[in-house]
Design a protein around this ligand. Structure first.
Ligand code: SF4
Length: 385
């Protein structure tokens, strides 16, 4: 994996959750619901002899059904909700001028780093939860009600490119009524292990589609897997909401690619928004030191802890190189291009969800379920000083 001793995410000892997930699948009382992160579908094929960066979304869905999950949904649906809430939050902050700049918070490696090293700057983190956690919170509330399921009997599994996500689900604020929103995280590597354990011939699997309503997502959600993707997705929605005009060319290239820190200015209506995108925590440190020193000119900052973003995450197949990461990035933008809707707020199932349940972005119920808070944390190891 990508994690070294500098890894902020507690990934020094890798925890295997495959047994716990199989126990839930074999428990007749449990409905086991799985969601898959944007970066898993472009990395999973690596281990099955397919060309690096192959887009294997539909084979992955088939494999997950064969493993025994009752519903196969998409974290990207959660990503569309994250963007809708986060864009709304950004606009509120821009208008009030408070807690600026806003920084993304969907990467638990980054959030953990902030809580330990920059506790004085926690106000800058967006309060919007990560796609994984938003997805699970909706699963155990609105979806459970719709399907007449007791949330106690729902077991939610997230397939992630990430080891830090295993820690994120144990945060006490990520639970409702004493139950965690997400019950288990499996890394891409653990999913590969399960597929091999069951003896599935992955490369020759037939293709199938995600279940709905939480299997439909936009291209904006797909690009979450690449550094710069959350920023680009958020800008697509922020632009339209601030100006009331359609964004014709949705591809915002200044935030794409592998540069350690990418900076740009974007004019939205009568406002100029300064943005910065960083991947790896060394680059994040440069931005945060500037912010602490009062030298930060940005309005909106995206940080991902892993090189290239989640596509190069610590839970991806061993042997990930920058060459491989490039292929994965191309595939991610390809998925965006080929998706019918490309702005999160256009997701038809999400519109329905706001109508039926969440009312509007930033509503009281949205805050209760889709937002979180942060706290200063002690450093655990000497090397973290
Ligand atoms: Fe996890 Fe790395 Fe993605 Fe952060 S960038 S969410 S640590 S895989």
């Amino acid at each position: 994996g990508q994690c070294s001793l500098a890894c902020p995410v507690g990934a020094l000892v890798e925890k295997d959750d495959t047994d716990r997930v199989l126990d839930a699948i074999f428990d007749p009382n449990k409905t086991v619901i799985v969601q898959t992160a944007p970066s898993v579908r472009i990395a999973l094929g690596d281990e099955f002899g397919m060309p690096k960066g192959s887009i294997v979304t539909k084979k992955m869905v088939t494999a997950l059904r064969m493993i025994g999950f009752d519903k196969v949904f998409d974290t990207n649906y959660g990503a569309d909700l994250t963007i809708t809430e986060e864009a709304n939050e950004l606009i509120e902050r821009i208008k009030s001028g408070k807690k600026m700049p806003m920084a993304t918070s969907c990467c638990p490696g980054w959030v953990n780093y902030m809580e330990k090293h920059y506790p004085d700057l926690l106000d800058h983190l967006s309060t919007t939860k990560s796609p994984m956690q938003i997805f699970s919170a909706i699963t155990k509330t609105h979806y459970a009600k719709q399907e007449n399921l007791d949330p106690k009997n729902i077991f939610t599994v997230a397939i992630m490119p990430c080891i830090a996500k295993k820690y994120e689900i144990t945060r006490p604020e990520m639970a409702h009524d004493g139950r965690p929103d997400t019950d288990a995280v499996l890394t891409t590597r653990e999913l590969i292990k399960l597929i091999k354990y069951i003896g599935i011939d992955f490369e020759n699997l037939p293709e199938s589609e995600f279940d709905n309503p939480m299997g439909t997502a936009t291209g904006a959600a797909a690009i979450f897997g690449a550094t710069g993707g959350v920023m680009e997705a958020a800008l697509r929605t922020t632009y339209e909401w601030l100006t009331g005009e359609e964004m014709k060319n949705v591809e915002y290239t200044p935030v794409r690619g592998f540069d350690g820190i990418k900076e740009a200015q974007i004019n939205i209506g009568d406002k100029t928004i300064n943005i910065a995108v960083a991947h790896t925590l060394n680059n994040a440190k440069i931005l945060m030191d500037k912010l602490r020193a009062g030298e930060c000119k940005y309005d909106f900052i995206e940080v991902m802890a892993c090189p290239g973003g989640c596509l190069g995450g610590g839970g991806q197949p061993i042997g990930t190189t920058m060459e491989v990461n490039k292929k994965r990035m191309e595939s991610i933008y390809q998925i965006d291009k080929n998706t019918k809707y490309r702005k999160s707020h256009e997701n038809p199932y999400l519109k329905q969800l706001y109508k039926d349940f969440l009312e509007k972005p930033g509503s009281e119920i949205a805050h209760k379920l889709l937002h979180t808070h942060y706290q200063a944390r002690k450093k655990q190891f000497d090397f973290e000083k």
